[in-house]
Design a binder for this molecule. Sequence first.
Ligand code: NAD
Length: 329
Amino acid sequence: KKLGIALVGLGNYSTGQLAPALQETDYCYLAGIVTGTPSKVTEWKQKYNIPDKNVYNYDNFDQIASNKDIDIVYVVLPNALHAEYTIRAAQAKKHVICEKPMATSVEDCQRMIDACNKNNVKLSIGYRLHFEPHHQRVMELGQQQVYGPVKNIEANFSFVTDDPDQWRLDKELAGGGPLMDLGIYCVQGATYTVGQTPAAVTAQFGKVTKPTFFDEVEETITWQMEFPGGAVANCSTSYNGRGNRLFGRATKGSWELNPAFSYSGIQGKTSEGPMNLPNVNQQARQMDAFANCILENKQTSVPGEMGLRDVRVLMAIYEAARTGKKVMI
Ligand code: NAD
């Protein structure tokens, strides 16, 4: 049996990545949509063969509880709305995938986990790179200490933002700037390289060069993470720069992904040469893995607890940047 997924929020990521990926999945399929924009409905219904009864808006969304076609609700809304829709989905007894960052506060993350536990549904975060071969190799190289213990990690994910009106620059909806959106990939990359949670962080806000864009959220931030085993990560992210790299160095060798965090075209090498690994449909693998967890009643490798841990690290990075002090986690 293929499990039915309903996408909540039909923005860029749902349209450009998730819906196409759901045409390549083996254990789940695109069964329904939830949208606040009626003009999108006809095209989605036709393109993906979605029946009227599986189309919801934000007001009647809770009626999804009685829809047998929908097993999983996938929340793909602006960050500050993740908590409300994850909790409503859990109350409708649907399993949930929630996009990153899980929420804009640790408290919201905890409420989401509690709601899913209480309603006996599974919760996972849209961490697609856990299912990507180059990143899986990095986890192996670092965590299995193939080149000895990890000493140093460098990560940067940045791009240039050109739309001043988007929700990503709105503190209320985004929770913060590039750290919430892109820096989270650096936090993730460093934590799965060493297989540990950072113990302490320091951080610095960068210069604001476009004050009309960045009057609410940071334009650039750099930060450092200390891991319990002694590894140190140096990271940066910006909405006004370029970078897409994850580097690791252990006592007897090093590795680098560049580009590291893209949907495709990831390239990797180690101090011994190219990784020669395939690029795959990351989102198809991610959604199939979660569907399998449900079908076989197994635990997801990217649970809500991981999303909460990462939001806790992000909040510590902001605190460190604001106060100029080292923040223990
Ligand atoms: P987007 O702006 O393209 O789409 C957001 C959607 O939410 C739109 O359809 C919009 O109409 C809807 N929406 C509902 N209520 C809204 C409100 N109050 N304000 C603004 N929009 C509202 O954004 P996106 O790029 O699709 O990102 C959505 C989520 O997916 C974010 O949490 C983002 O971090 C995440 N994302 C994850 C990845 C990934 O690789 N895992 C990639 C892109 C986005």
